[in-house]
Write a protein of this length. Structure first.
Length: 236
């Protein structure tokens, strides 16, 4: 006799929480996330479908495999994972559980997801994050990003939180603690959003302020480098 799992048919997609690392494609045209455990080798977009990390041909989630996206029911459980040393640089994601899923006591394993929001922690120096900068490691074709304030960029490849949200698209909201959330355009990366009356609108005031802070930080860094070169020239 073959036992069947009970089926659920919710009216709205369940909500879950997980942690992940933000990533930027090598050519700078795509943004997404990569997991911190089993699926860490497979970066995913804001809206994406899971595949078996072992290369098997079955659909995820399979009952006899541990493939599929994973999340927990409570945000506090996911936040607790950020306390460990290896996960301090990760971000907190709120996701919609889509497609087939298997419910467990503490969370879901499921086929598809939409990342609704990403909460970014402070810079390594303790200041509020203004950007996501190259963390110095990554996956093939993808740079992992980490929170950085304007003063700690030091010329690294980086995106403001608003730019990351726009590039990731699909309505992703990106927020640093104590800062207004930035939202990606639902129409797709790089597209303008539609304002009242259907008129296309560009970045808002908060996004422009964030971009200006990053530009100023980069200018300060370049000026410091030029100053060092000038000093070496006069000493020689």
């Amino acid at each position: 006799m073959r036992l069947r799992l009970p089926e659920e048919r919710p009216k709205e997609p369940p909500t879950g929480y997980k942690i992940a690392h933000p990533v930027l494609s090598q050519d700078g045209t795509r943004a997404g996330f990569t997991g911190v455990s089993l699926g860490g080798a497979l970066p995913y977009g804001v809206v994406d479908e899971a595949s078996c990390v072992y290369g098997r041909r079955h659909r995820a989630p399979h009952r006899r495999c541990d493939c599929g996206f994973h999340c927990v029911h409570e945000s506090s459980v996911a936040e607790a994972m950020l306390c460990t040393a290896e996960h301090r640089a990760a971000v907190l994601l709120e996701v919609s559980v889509l497609g087939a899923y298997i419910r467990f006591e503490r969370g879901f394993r499921y086929a598809r997801q939409r990342v609704r929001s990403a909460g970014v922690g402070p810079c390594g120096c303790g200041a509020v994050a203004a950007a996501l900068a190259d963390a110095g490691w990554g996956r093939p074709g993808w740079r992992v990003l980490t929170a950085a304030c304007a003063g700690c960029l030091r010329g690294r490849t980086s995106l403001s939180l608003a730019s990351f949200a726009r590039l990731a698209g699909a309505g992703l909201r990106v927020r640093a603690a104590g800062v207004e959330a930035f939202e990606g355009a639902a129409a797709g990366p790089g597209d303008a959003t539609a304002g009242p009356g259907g008129a296309a609108t560009g970045p808002g005031v908060a996004e422009l302020v964030a971009e200006a802070a990053l530009l100023q930080a980069r200018l300060d860094w370049f000026q410091s480098q030029l100053g060092r070169l000038h000093d070496r020239g006069t000493q020689g």
